[in-house]
Write a new protein. Structure first.
Length: 559
């Protein structure tokens, strides 16, 4: 990670430095990344990944990947595999330290028995509704469950029978016995175990009781020897409970450290809301390029280096705030500008015929892959013929003032090719222009005039007989509202879905793009940055996604 100011990120490093100075963990730094396998990782998780792996790397430590697989109802191996792929895509690796909370179901159960034997846990029979009623409020203390004073023997018997599967779902829970009057609601006898007769993706039907996150997390950290357990700010009020369990059990005690989560404008981060977008058909799955998931960003063509740079620029703070999505786009655009080869692609094609160009003649132009870089040595051959495609917006039959592109009697430059002049048009029954007749000046090969005359308009093109047909998907922000997770009461984030967030066009591309591979990025000149879709694009049926437009709204905002 890069150097940051203490006010932005060094508070975590300062804590670690103090631990190293006092010898609390013997100079060790061992972190963990604990995703739930119930959905895909998103840009917010990228921040946690950069902190967990980045901090450990900086201090010469290690990072574990540990799946928090304590809720079999929502978990799936699809998510497990996707999480691994996303972490590797960002450039991180956990080595041989891949673990699951389910690895520890037996020792966690034994720890629960220990707390029961200490008189610090009991089996409760309140319903969820009754439990909420007994819990109290922020201003009023809770009240004890009528089952709170069961004997240790009775609690041991009931908990053992819970494990044996004698009771139905929801009929009993195991709760910690702490303080129903605590000002911290998390300390008011929290649930440690609930009954779930559901098949687990790893343990099958071996268990029918599953630990809650607050019980499983700290003890799993302890088992693995984690020193610094970083998590987002919403877990700050959970830290006393994290500490209480470890202290009561008398086992190795990691340090929990909280940082502000990443919030991004025009985006929702709640996994529950992302799941609704998927399940209700607002998007085409978790990898839809409009989603904030890392898989979606990869599919859209975002470089992993740009995502990491964005996280680095945003920094790690102690207070929640919003980062502008335009900043992310600005960084992506800057990264792609350096590596994306330039290609010509016509997204809204209009046919052009050069009436004075020889029938059947084909010539090629050698065009630089990076024309903005005079040092660039790479290029490709682009065919040129009598029939071409240009963009519909690059022709206007009755041009408005200061319109410098193609119009009747108006000369323009075909990029890297010739000067042409429109002479006439053909139209369909509705009066739409379907073909433009032009003449070309053969003395202007390469787009340069020997007599020194200049034209103000330069447009791109594709040779019609050689062009490759492709589906091109143009993406925009999924939400019109800047903060769709912070809306007035009565409004749903779904009310603010941008219905124009995806446009699909049938385009014609220069033939070199026929061999484009998944993961490659190209700048379609004048149209933006694009990449082959890693799900739907196959040879002979190409699909390209627009990663980002050429318009840098962040730069405009800064001005």
């Amino acid at each position: 990670m890069s150097e940051e100011t203490p006010t932005k990120t060094n508070f975590i490093k300062l804590i670690i430095d103090e631990h190293n100075r006092t010898g609390r963990f013997g100079g060790r730094v061992h972190t963990r990344f604990p995703p739930e396998p119930n959905g895909y990782l998103h840009i917010g998780h990228a921040k946690a990944l950069c902190i967990d792996f980045g901090i450990a790397e900086e201090y010469g430590g290690f990072t574990n990947l540990r799946y928090d697989d304590t809720n079999p109802v929502k978990e799936d191996t699809e998510y497990v595999d996707a999480i691994k792929e996303d972490i590797h895509w960002l450039g991180f690796d956990w080595g041989d330290r891949e673990y699951y909370a389910s690895d520890y179901f037996e020792p966690l159960y034994e720890m629960a028995l220990t707390l029961i034997k200490q008189g610090k846990a009991y089996v409760d029979e309140l319903s969820p509704e009754e439990m909420r009623e007994y819990r109290g409020t922020l201003t009023e203390p809770g009240k004890n469950s009528p089952w709170r004073e069961r004997s240790i023997e009775e609690n041991l018997d009931l908990f053992t029978r819970m494990r044996a599967g004698e009771f139905p779902d929801g009929s009993k829970t195991l709760r910690a016995k702490i303080d129903m009057a605590s000002p911290n609601l998390n300390m008011r006898d929290p649930v440690m175990y609930r009954i779930l007769h559901a098949t687990h993706h790893r343990t099958g039907d071996k268990w029918c009781i599953y630990p809650m996150y607050d019980f499983a997390h700290g003890q799993s950290d302890s088992i693995e020897g984690i020193t610094h357990s970083m998590c987002s700010l919403e877990y700050e009020n959970h830290r006393p409970l994290y500490d209480w369990f470890l202290d009561q059990l008398g086992i190795f005690h990691p340090q929990q450290i909280e940082f502000a989560r990443l919030n991004l404008t025009h985006t929702v981060m709640s996994k529950r809301k992302l799941r609704r977008l998927v399940e209700e058909g607002y998007v085409d799955g978790w990898t839809d390029p409009r989603m904030p998931t890392l898989s979606a960003m990869r599919r859209r063509g975002f470089p992993a280096s740009a995502v990491r740079k964005f996280i680095d620029v945003v920094g790690v703070a102690k207070n929640d705030s919003f980062a502008d999505v335009e900043l992310l786009e600005h960084i992506v655009r800057d990264e792609l500008n350096q590596v994306a080869k330039r290609r010509m692609a016509v997204l809204k094609p209009l046919k052009v015929v050069l009436d004075n160009y020889p029938q059947g003649q084909v010539e090629t132009f050698e065009i630089s892959d990076f024309p903005q870089d005079p040092e660039c040595q790479t290029s490709r051959q682009v065919p040129f013929s009598r029939e071409l495609f240009i963009e519909q917006d690059d022709f206007m039959e009755q041009p408005i003032p200061k319109y410098f592109r193609l119009a009747p009697g108006q000369e323009v430059r075909l990029m890297n090719a010739y000067y042409i002049t429109a002479t006439s048009v053909e139209k369909d029954a509705e009066g739409n222009v379907t073909l433009v007749h032009c003449v070309y000046d053969p003395e202007t090969r390469g787009g340069m005039s020997p007599d020194g005359r200049k034209v103000k308009g330069t447009i791109h093109w594709a040779s019609a007989p050689h062009a490759i047909a492709a589906e091109v998907r143009l993406y925009d922000q999924l939400f019109e509202d800047k903060q769709p997770e912070d809306l007035p009461e009565g409004e749903s984030f779904l009310d603010h879905v941008n219905k124009e967030s995806l446009q699909v066009v049938k385009a014609f591309l220069e033939p070199d793009l026929a061999t484009a591979l998944s993961g490659q990025s190209f700048q379609f000149v004048r149209n933006g940055y694009f990449t082959p879709d890693n799900k739907d694009s196959v040879p002979g049926s190409l699909v390209f996604n627009r990663t980002i437009s050429l318009v840098d709204t962040w730069a405009k905002m800064q001005k």
